[in-house]
Design a protein around this ligand. Sequence first.
Ligand SMILES: [Zn+2]
Length: 242
Amino acid sequence: MAKISIEVGHGGKDVGAVTKDGKVFEKDINLTVAMELKHQLERHGQDVLISRETDCDDLAKDFFNKAKAWKPDLHISVHTNAFNGTAKGFEIYRSNIGTYKTRSNELCKRIELQTTNLGQTSRGVKDSPFLLSSLPCVSAYCELGFMDNPIDYKQFDTAAKQKAFAIAYTKGILKYLGKQWVDEKSAEKADGSLALINDSGGKTVYRVIAGVYSEKKNAENWVEELKKQGLESFILQEKKSL
Ligand SMILES: [Zn+2]
């Protein structure tokens, strides 16, 4: 088990970068990504210290002092970029402290590869000019993309897309740690099991089965539950052959 500290960029009065229309703040995107990152890392048995879990004022300096005392094995900073309205792609900064630079680079490269696998464009792994240099451990400062560029912002304009980045970060961290990524149990996600069925035309179709019930009411309740989670489903009546 590794100790991993997460700095959630900005918060409260400090909104960070802003979309071109002025409606979305960096602090909120960072929080969505960081909370998912925390969830995924903890699910894989990692010990996480996070700077904030709500929209409160950013106390980065206090947090870095706290993190220093906690002695993390790894540190991840979660931020979203802004520049001139046309820049695009994600970038990752490594710690430039001598002893940690090589391993930080390795961690960043792992995260970069997983994020590229999402179809995102990398601007590269660079030396960190940021706060990272104050933390004596392997570190990565992850910038999602450019939220002041409306085209680039489309890459992460929903919570689901933001969480995909967090999952890519987690996969990169796990690779670095030599640990295996484990998919979330289908039961937890309520998306059922995948059944392979051959239809008469020989065409392969995939039917997702989320549950089988002898009481119709229970089946209806389950459909309701899935609907609440935004999942389409329907009831198929079948005769039990025994
Ligand atoms: Zn930021």
